[in-house]
Design a protein around this ligand. Sequence first.
Ligand code: UT7
Length: 332
Amino acid sequence: MSIRIMGTGSALPGRVVENRELEGMVDTSDEWIRERTGIGSRHVSTGETVASLAAEACGRALADAGRQAEEVELILAATCSPEEAAPCVACRIQSEIGAGNAVAFDVNAACAGFLFALHTAWAYVEAGIYRNALIAGSEVLSKLVDWEDRATCILFGDGAGAVVLEWRDEGDAGILSSYMENSDDTERTLWCDSAFTARTVPFDAEQGLPEADAACDPYMRMAGQAVFKFATAAMVRCTEEALARAQLSVDDVALFAPHQANERIIRYAAKKMDLPLERFQIIIDHVGNVSGASALIALNEALCEGKLKQGDVACMAGFGGGLTAGACVFRI
Ligand code: UT7
């Protein structure tokens, strides 16, 4: 038996923002952004929501898998940028695609969210509780980014990716291992004060409500270099751990589809694992850092470009706010 990735899909907002456009908004340059991050452009939502992008990606993944929405038993949405506290994004997806028979809930593990959701779905299917699962990673981080902060606004983009997982009685294709880990971030290297719950209530308000609200910074903040250091180490450590659990080595992997936070992070990890960069699917040049959706979009693009054939082993890795990190190895 195996738990197999049956289909993938992705969705990006229509509006493309080139680096040159950002030059007129903050003190930056196309040259700096390309050199320090590998990003040339990103998609920014001008009406698309986390749920609408996720539903579009899910619809494509289901069509790719040859499955109907009513057949779906579990929907997990990974996001750290939902527009509303309730209903959750997975419930929105459920009603938008018509998956009336599914159980649906969200997972928030920031940029590693897709991996934590995939791991959770894998555990449910492995336990025999559900026979299949639809997993989406979707982000509209453009709404959490401070467009006057050049250290973060040049980095992020919006979009969604999705995969269909299914229990199969035979075959050796499917998930071979999955690994998650957390490390302490009391230093606050990557955070976003909640827009939903950071309000005072009449019972604890010694100071007035307006002041308390003003004290809440609604934007995402990042200590770039500290996160960079964590990210490079975590990507290598988690990839090696997931491969060890699958009793495989980096040489067995046909393609790596990692979270795309910065092309330099991917280059560093490739060098550290003594791998040519060609073995990595790099999409950051045209989508930026799409947080919990990045690696799913990368996997979808790799499959669409025919870079993986049946029997190939692939690996996804992710890392982000929390701090969260993980990797997963699977055979196509
Ligand atoms: O997905 C979740 C995880 N996120 C990540 O993994 C992101 C990890 N961090 C990074 O990717 C990088 O740290 C950044 C892209 C955010 C920043 O790149 P960096 O090479 O670490 O730059 P830095 O922060 O060390 O800044 C170098 C210089 C500074 O100027 P001075 O002090 O040397 O004069 C910055 O003020 O570059 C300046 N700078 C910029 N210059 C032009 C910072 N941002 C910009 C900018 N344009 N957008």
